[in-house]
Ligand binder design. Structure first.
Ligand code: BGC
Length: 821
């Protein structure tokens, strides 16, 4: 993505015909006639670093009436002067008596979290203070004891060898005249803690111990400025956070607490100087996405006493986050242990078998007085928690953490079980969008698996505004691309884990940018060089155009319950898809030669596919649902073979129910309904026998399961995996019928085609990049009633179930048909 700011707006009211963007006296776009515009990229002189710019957009409608909206943005740092600093890892003070901290060090190499402090003097009144801060690891910063910013698990996960995000926090209100203290606690996080399942590397994927870099920029009321940065003047000590790890959990021993350490007046004479570890600023980059935040707190649905000092808490919802626990006064040294799990075993106890090596256990050692405990540098995927060590449980809640993308969609219909499914999909999105899109939040995995992300993305885009979240992740994907063009299976890259890309996984490097471009309309999502490098990589190794070589670990149609789709067929379908979409992306950027070359390549792959895998008209090798789905969805068949192939797909679905794994499931209902079998798509949606979505709902699922039936070896049986939740896109796009025309982006040309099935009503709303879209339909008095809201600047083609078609402009519209089909 280009680095100059994209200034965007959402529309309300009349259709615009022209716009003008002005940025704080430094740039004006001039009046631009463009009825489709919803953004402009800043194209003025270089912006000054660390500066706030006010900007405004004026829009004119057909009558020449202007309307203006104002906003602002602030630029980050262009040059850093601070040093990277850390605690000397060999100089850890131990506490007496030893606690979990020492055991963690012995068993897992987990060190106490260093506390770094720097006292400084503000010589007069401070008008503005900005803290630019990052860590190799995780940081939690305070100014005079007040938490700076509301981000959690900051600075977020990237391949730190390529890029390290920093945040800019407004801390003006915490700065006082006179003495002040900056305090930062560091934890291992993804940098040096346990990540994923790679047994060869117990932690230390990117580094050995956490490091900090920060610059506090003070602007005094008199206009003068001063910078307090990380350097050798900082002091470091250890306190109550005896270890913190994303997978293992977190331990606070309050007997080792250092009260007041992050406020003025603390005597740090016994603390040590920090070590300066380097001055490399080249990898620092402003974070483009929303931070992870503590988004809400959930009260228990039930609390059961298990023994004199043990309780089981059921939050009634599988989620990602951690507990917040009010503890009464306890005997000093009392250990309170919190374990987490998604499910219970037959005896009603936590079932932690599917967590693998993720201990997901938090510990508090009391110093005596009542306190509130909430870990800061870990999170768990759980519905249940067992709390032992305390007889009288005080207030307890689950703190829900996720990347705080703005919620954009709602879907509801007349079937409460389908509504529960939609809620499960939303919870899956919450629990798995934690700095990166992950496969699951509970076991020792939580990786940015690329197929999971690409199949779920269309559903995710309806639920929330994920533009910034995925813009950040696409940087991770490109950082992970090899010099010869290969995409991996997981991004951010993690050394030794699933490095060479498999079909449908690596292809996310092409599929995800294309989907984001269609939904948000920003061509900057399409990095044609990166996409083409991938297509050329596959081509180079497979000159006969059947993708057999360099398929990485070839996961095939992962977790498909039915017969296996031939691997070469599946791979070649994705090869075609990537070539086809990259050709289109080249077209968007006006790169005609690339477009033509890639279009020819896509055509040749298609010919090879038909020759190799389509032995007879409408039949595909392997005769599997996923085979037909890929061929139909990706346009691989000659026109006259489409109807027979769709018929064969329908037969297989009628006979067996769904048999797809991760790579076919997102296409099932969309492809069936696109080929005249909306009835069958509805039957699948409402089916309750396994395998099915509602089988999960009937069995108490509160998130979508990794496997259709939730039955599998515990080592591979997550109850919060969103790939099968990709059906969510069809709830909005099929049942409610919100779609756009093939060449349209950012919903400029809406196609509204509700598919009622046997439901009696449905409604969906979606805050699109252009403005609000809403569809609501119901059956009443023998008629079908439809209400549609078309955002300004858009038009809609509305298809009613009885075959009527209407073309309508922006605004609210009502339709009625007496006869239904
Ligand atoms: C993950 C999946 C992932 C897969 C690759 C699993 O361990 O949980 O979601 O895509 O590996 O096949």
């Amino acid at each position: 993505m280009a680095d100059s700011p994209l200034l965007s707006w959402q529309l309300r009211g009349a259709d615009p015909v022209a716009f003008q963007v002005e940025v704080g006296g430094v740039w004006s776009s001039g009046r631009v006639t463009d009825p489709a515009a919803i953004s402009a990229r800043y194209a003025g002189p270089p912006l000054r670093p660390g500066t706030r710019y006010d900007w405004q957009v004026t829009l004119w409608d057909r009558d020449g009436t202007p309307g203006t909206a104002r906003s602002w943005f602030e630029t980050g740092l262009d040059t850093w002067s601070a040093a990277w600093i850390a605690a000397d890892p060999d100089a850890v003070e131990h506490v007496d008596p030893p606690t979990e901290g020492d055991l963690a060090l012995r068993d897992h190499g987990l060190l106490p979290c260093p506390q770094l402090r720097r006292a400084f003097h503000a010589r007069s009144r401070v008008a503005a203070a900005r803290l630019h801060i990052s860590a190799k690891g995780l940081y939690a910063a305070t100014v005079n004891g007040h938490r700076a910013g509301d981000g959690r698990l900051t600075p977020g996960w990237t391949d730190y060898r390529r890029r390290i995000q920093y945040q800019t926090l407004d801390v003006t209100r915490w700065i006082a005249e006179g003495e002040n203290v900056l305090g930062v606690t560091l934890a291992d996080g993804w940098w040096s803690g346990y990540v994923g399942f790679d047994p060869r590397r117990p932690g230390y994927h990117y580094g050995r111990f956490p490091e900090l870099i920060a610059e506090l920029h003070l602007t005094y009321a008199d206009g003068s400025a001063e910078v307090v940065g990380t350097d050798d003047a900082w002091r470091v000590g250890h306190g109550h956070v005896r270890y913190a790890d994303l997978l293992k959990g977190e331990c606070h021993d309050l007997r080792a607490a250092t009260p007041g350490w992050d406020r003025p007046g603390f005597d740090d004479a016994g603390w040590r100087p920090v070590v300066v570890t380097g001055r490399d600023h080249t990898r620092l980059a402003a974070s483009p996405d929303e931070p992870v935040r503590a988004v809400r707190e959930i009260a228990p649905a039930a609390v059961t006493r298990l023994g004199p000092a043990a309780h089981l808490v059921d939050f009634g919802q599988n989620l990602a986050g951690r507990l917040r626990l009010a503890l009464p006064e306890l005997r000093p040294g009392t250990r309170v242990v919190i374990r987490h799990a998604e499910t219970l075993d037959g005896a009603g106890r936590l079932d932690t078998a599917n967590l693998r090596t993720a201990d997901a256990t938090d510990v508090l050692v009391s110093a005596g007085p009542a306190t509130v405990f909430e870990p800061d540098f870990t999170y768990h995927g759980f519905r249940y928690a067992e709390i032992s060590g305390v007889a009288d449980l005080g207030e307890v809640s689950a703190v829900v953490l996720h990347s705080d993308t703005a919620w954009a969609g709602t879907f509801e219909c007349s079937d409460p079980e389908v509504n529960r499914l939609q809620r499960n999909i939303e919870w899956g999105q919450r629990g798995n969008f934690v700095s990166v899109p992950t496969d699951c939040p509970q076991r020792d995995e939580r990786l940015g698996w690329m197929a999971d992300a690409q199949v779920f993305l269309p559903a995710a885009c309806f639920n929330a505004d994920v533009a910034a979240f995925f813009a950040k992740w696409l940087r991770d994907v490109r950082d992970a691309q090899t010099p010869d063009g290969g995409f991996p299976n997981v991004a951010p890259r993690l050394s030794g884990v699933a490095e060479e890309g498999a079909p449908g996984w690596a292809d996310a490097g092409v599929l995800v940018p294309w989907q984001l471009y269609r939904v948000y309309g920003d061509p900057a999502f399409l990095d044609v060089d990166s996409m083409a490098a991938w297509v050329d990589f596959v081509h180079r190794h497979n000159p006969d155009l059947i993708w057999r070589a360099r398929t990485g670990p070839h996961y095939a149609d992962w977790l498909a319950p039915g017969p296996a789709t031939p691997r070469d067929l599946l791979a070649t379908a994705f090869f075609h898809r990537s070539a086809d979409l990259t050709a289109r992306a080249a077209g968007v950027h006006g790169r005609t030669a690339d477009e033509e070359r890639l279009r020819r390549l896509a055509g040749d792959i298609r010919t090879a596919f038909i020759k190799t895998f389509a032995p007879a008209p409408g039949r595909l090798a392997g005769d599997t649902q996923t085979g037909y789905l890929l061929a139909l969805a990706f346009g691989l068949l000659p026109p006259e073979w489409v109807a027979p192939a769709a018929r064969r797909l329908a037969e297989l679905v009628e006979e067996h129910g769904p048999q797809t794994g991760f790579l076919g499931v997102n296409l099932l209902c969309p492809v069936l309904s696109a080929h005249g079998r909306a009835d069958l798509a509805h039957a699948l949606l409402r089916r309750t026998d396994p395998p099915s979505w509602l089988h999960q709902v009937r069995n108490g699922a509160t998130t979508v399961w990794e496997r259709w039936d939730g039955k599998g070896a515990p080592s591979m049986n997550s109850f919060n995996h969103y790939a099968f939740g990709s059906i969510g896109a069809w709830l909005y796009g099929g049942v409610a019928g919100i779609g756009q025309a093939p060449g349209s982006v950012a919903y400029r040309e809406l196609v509204i085609r509700p598919l009622p099935g046997d439901l009696s009503w449905a409604r969906a709303s979606y805050e699109s990049a252009r403005g609000r879209i809403a569809v609501s339909w119901e059956r009443a008095e023998g008629a079908f009633h439809l209400a549609v809201t078309v955002p300004p600047g858009s038009t809609a083609t509305v298809h009613l179930p009885d075959g009527q078609t209407h073309h309508v402009p922006s605004g609210d519209h009502l339709f009625r048909s007496t006869q239904e089909t």
